[in-house]
Design a protein around this ligand. Structure first.
Ligand code: ZN
Length: 217
């Protein structure tokens, strides 16, 4: 038997073991139809091991496809024990065009989930009072929306999900069947694919000095 045919399964096994250790499914609720994508996305966020998150389908979400929010019942708990819900729209109605989650490629869904988990990372740092102010500002300030959306993408990219984030953005912006009005909103409030690539490169540069240091010593 050639050696390479042996290495591949071993490598695959090792990788899946490593990622499985990072994931705690006891405190996650995940619908079967999106389980693969959710597990792929949360494997990039080992910090969320102890964080309870429910992924939940909803028929329609106004103006968005997915939405991360604290669970209302946990709102008065300490922020370490706060629980989150990520709502996923079953139907995506954009300016008359109708999609369902099943129409969206798997990698694009992983990118979308990675962005929502970036919001959870951001929320975890905020106090309950801070979350309240945050919610009010989100309703009224587009500058605040821009900042919050940038933060979510930045978390996802810093956790190694840059390529997924790019795929999700390109899926929206290159999609001929989505209206120009919707794409304009995305361009106005979210960071561009070019900025995503810049952030990916910045992350790579930050990792390099360690390697240089090792070589020099
Ligand atoms: Zn967002």
């Amino acid at each position: 038997m050639p050696l390479t045919s042996l290495i591949k399964p071993i490598l695959y096994f090792t990788i899946s073991m490593v990622s499985a250790q990072n994931i705690n499914l006891d405190n996650k609720i995940i619908p079967e139809s999106i389980k693969k994508e959710v597990i792929e996305a949360i494997s990039f966020y080992p910090e969320l091991y102890d964080t309870a998150i429910e992924f939940k389908f909803k028929d329609n979400i106004k103006k968005s496809t997915m939405q991360a929010q604290p669970r209302f019942a946990s709102f008065f708990k300490r922020k370490e024990n706060r629980e989150y819900v990520i709502l996923i729209s079953r139907n995506i109605q954009i300016e008359g065009e109708h999609f369902t989650m099943e129409d969206i490629p798997s990698d694009v869904k992983v990118g979308w989930l990675g962005h929502e988990l970036g919001h959870v990372m951001d929320y975890r740092e905020r106090t309950n009072f801070g979350m309240l102010i945050f919610g009010i500002k989100y309703l009224f300030s587009s500058a605040h929306i821009k900042e919050v959306e940038r933060t979510a993408d930045t978390y996802a990219i810093a956790h190694g999900m840059g390529d997924y984030i790019l795929k999700t953005k390109n899926f929206i912006l290159d999609n001929a069947s989505l209206s120009e009005k919707y794409k304009e909103r995305i361009r106005r409030l979210y960071i561009s694919p070019e900025e995503v690539m810049e952030l990916i490169n910045e992350n790579k540069v930050e990792e390099e000095p360690e390697i240089v240091g090792e070589e020099g010593s």
